[in-house]
Design a protein around this ligand. Structure first.
Ligand SMILES: [Zn+2]
Ligand SMILES: [Zn+2]
Length: 174
């Protein structure tokens, strides 16, 4: 029975064979996609437990895909939660500080007295809400931009993926 190989990638070292293993050690500086010859040359032997058969890679990537989908939906939920509380905050501002003529005409002296107590403090409230929210938002924007720039993929990967069909990478399905 012939086993169909899902990934056929040449070792990046000239005159070497097809890559059979990949190294997933975090500190490793050698080629992560390599062949038998490389291991005979002594690469990766210091962390032999982090070596995987290249055919297992598809499973590893499927796993990462699943986990990163969860991360994306968690981030979406956070975004929705923030939108929700902003809407609530805006509604409270409308209710507490916006009085049309019609709304004012329905008030008695006691109610107007109460509302004036709020209105005279409006500028303080405005300043503090804006400052606090702006401070948090600036922090959050800065962090998210930092992560976004860290997640930028290397130029090499983008260039290579354009000519992938001419490459030695062959992805087959059963
Ligand atoms: Zn090699
Ligand atoms: Zn290694």
């Amino acid at each position: 029975m012939n086993q169909i190989k899902e990934l056929e990638i040449k070792c990046s070292i000239e005159d070497h064979d097809y890559a059979q293993l990949v190294c997933l050690n975090k500190e490793c500086k050698a080629n992560r996609v390599y062949c038998d010859q490389c291991i005979r040359n002594g690469d990766h032997i210091a962390h032999i437990n982090d070596q995987w058969n290249i055919q297992k890679l598809i499973l590893i990537f499927q796993n990462i895909e699943k986990e990163s989908e969860t991360l994306k939906s968690d981030l979406c939920l956070i975004n929705q939660e923030i939108n929700k509380i902003f809407t609530q905050l805006n509604q409270k501002i409308t209710k507490k500080y916006q009085y049309s003529k019609e709304r004012l005409q329905k008030l008695d002296a006691k109610q107007l007295h109460q509302i004036l107590n709020y209105i005279i403090k409006y500028e303080e409230v405005e300043k503090s809400v804006l400052n606090e929210v702006k401070k948090c938002s600036d922090d959050m924007i800065m962090q998210i931009k930092r992560y976004t720039s860290e997640l930028k993929i290397e130029e090499l990967l983008i260039k290579n993926s354009r000519k992938i069909k001419y490459n030695t990478v062959i992805l087959k399905r059963y």
